[in-house]
Structures are given as C-alpha cells and as structure tokens.
Design a protein around this ligand. Sequence first.
Ligand code: GAP
Length: 489
Amino acid sequence: MSEEIFKKVVSHAKEYGFVFPSSEIYDGLGAVYDYGQNGVELKNNLRQYWWKAMVQMHENIVGIDAAIFMHPKTWKASGHIDGFSDPMIDNKDSKKRYRADQLLEDKITKYEKEGKTNKAEELQAALDKVTLDNDLAGFKSLIEQYEIACPISGTRNWTDVRQFNLMFSTEMGAMAEDADKIYLRPETAQGIFVNFLNVQKSGRMKIPFGIAQTGKAFRNEIIARQFIMRMREFEQMEMQFFVRPGTQKQWYEYWKETRIKWHKKLGLGDDNYRFHNHVKMAHYADDAVDIEFNYPFGFKELEGIHSRTDFDLKNHQELSGKKMQYFDAELDENGKAYGNYIPYVVETSVGLDRLFLSVLCASYKEEEVGEGDKKDTRVVLSLPAILAPYKVAIFPLTKKDGLPEIARKIIDELKFDYNCFYEEKDAIGKRYRRQDALGTPFCITVDHESLENQTVTIRYRDTMVQERIPISKIREILASEVNWSKLLA
Ligand code: GAP
C-alpha cells in the first residue's frame, strides 16, 4: 500500500459517503470528521464486532455507557492533569506547531525509505532515550543535530521544546461565577474505574472480570494528520479487566494474544499486524504494547494493551475517600482467603476510527476488468460481508413490466434481517460498480425471466460471478455468508 493509494482511499471515502470533513461548508475543522450514510453503517458494524467479541462472548465481561463529563477530580486522580502532555516545538518562521517526537519519527521513516537503516536505528535509539527521560532539551538537540527543517517554511528556526496538555476544558454551570472547570474525557477508561464498585456489586461480579465500553474521547492533538488516524474527537473501545494482584502478567499475555487474533480474523492479512513494545510507559502502566497496523503510510498504532497495575483505583480511593477494594473469598494454596485488596487492571484499548481506517485501506482494491475495448478498472471494497454497509442490493432490470414490484417484495422479506439497497436507475453494469465501491457483497437482479419462473440473478462482489437462483434461495445464501460466527467463532 502506498501514499498514492491512501489519497485514493480518502477521496473514495468522501465520494461514496463514508467520511466527510466536519463543517466542510466552512472549510472544515482541523482533525474533526463526520461519518456519512455508508460510513456510519460500517462503523456501527465494527463497533458491534468488538462488543460481541468482548461482552457477548465473555461471561465475565459486562458493558457500561458512562457520561463524557466527569467530576474534575477524576482527572487529578488519573494523572491526566499533571501528566497527559506531548512535547511540542514551534517553527518561528511558519508559526506552525509540531510534536517534537513526531518530527524525529518522520525523519526515521525517511531514512528507512531511503534504505539508510543504520541512520534510522541510530536516531531511533536516541529518540527512545530522550523519550524515556522526558528530556525536552534532548528533543531539541536531536532536531538540530539531524538538521530537521519545518515542512512549511523549510527553515530550522525552532523554539525550545515545551510540554502541552492535551485535554480540552470547558465550564459547567449556567453563571460564570458558579462555573467549574471540567474536561472532555481524553479516554473512556476512567468512566469504568469510577464505576468499578457499582458494577461489581450490582452484577455480583467475581474477579477476574471485565467492564467494557465504547464512546467518544477528546484530545487537543498538536498535529493532526493522516485523515481519521489522529483526530481531536474520536471513539475508543476499551475494556478494563480486573485481576488479582500478582496475576497481571498472565492476563496481559492472554489479552495480547486474544486481541491480535481478533484483528486477524478480519482477513486483512496477518502480515499487516505486529506488536510494538513501549519504551516509555504511560504514567499508569507497568507494561504496555501496541498492536500496529500496516497503514499505507507505514506501521502505526491501532490498539494499546496496558498493564495498569492498581494505579487508577488506588488514586480514586485516595481522592474520593471511598474504598475501592474487593473482597476475595477464594482460598490461596495455604487455605487462607485472599481477603481485601485493590484489584490490578489489564486494559485493552482500540480506536474505532483507526480500526475503520485499517479496514477501509486494506479492503480498497482497484482491479483491471474486461478485455479489448471493454477494458476498465473497477474499484471494490472487499469487506467481510457482515461488516458491509449494505448486505444486498436489489435491482429490477427495468422500471416497468412488474419488475420493481417483485424487487420490492424481495426487499420486504429481507429488510428485517439485512440492510438492503434498492436501485432502478442506470444500466445494470453501472449499478453493480456502485455497489462494488460500497462493498455490497451481493447484487440481485430481477428480470423478465423472474416473471416466468420466480428466479433471479445473484452476482457475487469479489468474483463477479453471476448465477441464476430461485428467489426462495436468496435467504439461504445470505444466512450462510452474512453471519457473525464467521468472525467470532
Ligand atoms: N485508555 C488508554 C488509552 O487511551 P491510548 O494508547 O492513548 O490509550 C488508545 O489510546 C487507542 O485510542 C489508540 O491505540 C488509538 O487507536 C486510539 N487513539 C488515541 N488517540 C487518538 C486520536 N487522536 N485519534 C484517533 N484515535 C486515537
């Protein structure tokens, strides 16, 4: 996959109603995007895939939907007020702001592309060290040493590197004088931590158990780029798994394997995934790894798996004065109850927008079709059938002779179970192509023969093979091809 393909994916996403820049009539808003009529279907299906795999398939994981606004002390306890920042640097000529680590990473990618492996490794090691030490002056001297220029002005006239907190704040309360500063949540996880006891008690949950949720998170990213890869408003799907202290390593390994298998089931190519261990842990973690995906612009983080220790619950206990303890009645090897403790937590956290982007990029294909004068390129999204925005499109060959009525009747029978698309305009070939571009796995055409013998043509998206089948068989084919067990089993 190349940068050129990436540009095509971005314009395809807009042309076919998957993703639009937010408030586009006002020239857009930096790093904020809207999902269109087809994008929202794909996004909902991906969210469902996650929810089913995490909640429905695990008896010991339940879901919640916590509010975006949380008590301001939450963010003190979680460490986000003091520690959730990125090193930033400004170019004095272009007045553009950059993440210092990102400028250096871009240089590493450039060296890799040029085959300068030694240079890339040398800079990576230096970057790891300054990142680990949070050495702001160190970032600046690397930027100078490697002669990194501003991509806009082309100059090396840089400010010092400073820390920049990524949380958005606003005021709660109608009157300015009663107003309290609150934050838009930068991660969904804290809604789970503060509800740990509510869920444990009301659900009579026994350790080990998990709480999952999906929802919006907000970060004032210094640089936002690569389409929906790095957004200021995005969606996370997170699960906190509460375990007995001392067992976190074993659960961390379990979730690493479980999550990468889940991604690979999508069929986007096993080689497109890899683990990347963190050199510098987030302020809450004692072990952390990313699952990276091979996007057209290189391997980048798709999901994080973090061993968060008892950091969050312990701090919430301290700041709220409420006990965040669990009573474990099970007996250890000496026959003694484990008793009261603050559980340790292993977290899985995947960005829904990044997942969407991985699926869109890997499914986008341009294929040469036809021969001679009829040679053409078709664009197809080879999505897993269950994830496609529409599962089936139904076309009457013409707008008359009773064909639309038969097509409508088929839709009326299918629409309770499958999202169906109806279209009667344009030549049939054009209609097929439009559905290919949306990823619709099946097209059904009703023609004059249908009037005589109750058969239709079914066309398969990936092979473009067409078959004549009885109308009564459509359901059987859909049921065998469009079902969750293909991904979940
Ligand atoms: N609760 C842990 C946490 O938030 P993270 O690694 O900062 O960890 C988890 O974020 C995931 O959220 C990332 O792997 C990524 O998929 C997604 N994510 C983070 N920042 C994002 C952004 N600005 N835009 C889109 N997705 C983002």
